[in-house]
Design a protein around this ligand. Structure first.
Ligand code: GDP
Length: 389
């Protein structure tokens, strides 16, 4: 790889030209090439080295489409009443009585293999599977009947010790070269029951549940303790980290984006993942600005900006339906939540696609300045890092 100075010096008019495409020089290509990601990244780098903005922009668009089309299928299985449907809803950021939620209840509610796409990321699907061992889904044919091939991983849920059926299923999943994870559900119930005892210790109770799972029939090295009613407590963040570690690179971002924002660590990771993509948006904007057709560059900038901001809004659950659900769950009025997230950019509604008026021209200038400023700062920081390395 060229070092920073020699790369810049080989560009035409390098001293006077601002080129956000330079950024890509310092982003290595991934080795995860099952879906041709590394090849497209290589092509972007090549276009960048040739200072060919249109080609780089076309390849970036291709890369973004590829990322958008990455599917992640998570199967949630376990015995009836274990809390599968409730877990599916909680991971999708839905309450049990929200529209589109999986039906839950004390009677058997999951009798078919049912897909539940994530409301904001429909490429991520949680599959609510019927309990193993029913007449329709006998244990020995279970994986075949649920169509195991389509799932990236299995989560086996139990509200008590894992049964012989659960363990057999785990072994079978492993034989099919798929991953499984044991989740012990309804931990809030256990904690509340123990809380009444003298010398109550949450820590001790959780350790006991873990040991009990292992001592019983469960041979998994790790069991994740979860409450679907209090996702932010216990082991859900640990489960997320474990899935993140086990999934192939191109699926990790899909999982991360779809994860509920249950703690600052997940929010920080999302921020990092989104930040790593700013270079793409900046390049698309720069390529749009180079188009010599009046009005078109504004439309391209607007489309780029709207695309990026929409993605950020969804990832952080700041879209209106997510905010309304959050309001219903927490009791904080929707108007208050909205007021908190109002940014100076959102205060005046931007009619970006009709840039004729003076006001809109000013807004356009403002946004262009922001985009250029971000691109510029990124460029400087990348160059600094490059020359230090
Ligand atoms: P499924 O048959 O495995 O899909 O189980 P459901 O999701 O329908 O849940 C069965 C019952 O357990 C319902 O009454 C849920 O409200 C309850 N439940 C599920 N998850 C939890 C949890 O994390 N904590 C508590 N306290 N109850 C839960």
């Amino acid at each position: 790889m060229l070092d920073c100075d020699s790369y810049i010096s080989c560009l035409p008019n390098h001293k006077s030209k601002f080129c956000p495409l330079l950024l890509f020089q310092y982003f290595s290509t991934s080795t995860d090439d099952q879906f041709g990601f590394a090849l497209v990244k290589e092509e972007i780098n090549e276009a960048v080295l040739k200072n060919n903005q249109p080609a780089a922009a076309a390849k970036i668009t291709e890369l973004m489409m590829k990322e958008k089309n990455i599917t992640l299928n998570i199967a949630i299985t376990g015995e009836s009443g274990a809390g599968k449907s409730t877990f599916v809803n909680a991971l999708r950021g839905l309450s049990d009585d929200d529209e589109g939620a999986a039906p839950t209840g004390v009677t058997e509610t999951t009798i078919e293999v049912t897909p539940y796409p994530h409301p904001n990321y429909p490429n991520v699907t949680l599959w609510d599977l019927p309990g193993i061992g029913s007449t329709k889904f006998p244990a020995d044919k279970y994986l075949e009947l649920v169509g195991f091939e389509k799932f990236d991983l299995f989560i086996i849920i139990s509200a008590t010790r894992f049964t012989e059926n659960d363990v057999k299923l785990a072994q079978e999943i492993q034989r099919m070269k798929k991953k499984f994870y044991f989740v012990r559900s309804k931990i809030d119930n256990d904690i509340n029951a123990e809380r009444r005892k003298r010398n109550f210790s949450a820590e001790r109770t959780l350790t006991k549940i873990r040991e009990d799972c292992v001592k019983g029939e469960c041979s998994s090295p790790q069991v994740f303790l979860v409450s679907s009613f209090e996702l932010y407590l216990y082991d859900l963040p640990l489960l997320q980290q474990t899935l993140d570690r086990d999934l192939p690179g191109h699926k990790r971002d899909a999982l991360l984006c779809a994860m509920p924002n249950i703690n600052p660590e997940i929010i920080r990771k999302k921020k990092q993942a989104l930040k790593s993509k700013v270079k793409y948006w900046a390049t698309l904007s720069a390529a749009g600005a180079a188009v010599p057709v009046p009005g078109l560059s504004i439309a391209v900038d607007a489309a780029v900006l709207v695309g990026a901001v929409t993605h950020y809004v969804f990832a952080f659950g700041l879209d209106i339906p997510s905010l309304k659900r959050l309001s219903a769950r927490t009791g904080v009025p929707y108007a208050d939540l909205r007021a908190v997230i109002m940014s100076p950019l959102a205060v005046a509604p931007l009619d970006l696609l009709s840039p004729g008026s003076g006001a809109n021209r000013n807004k356009k200038d403002f946004i262009t300045k922001i985009i250029k400023n971000i691109s510029w700062q990124l460029l400087i920081s990348q160059q600094t890092r490059g020359s230090e390395g």
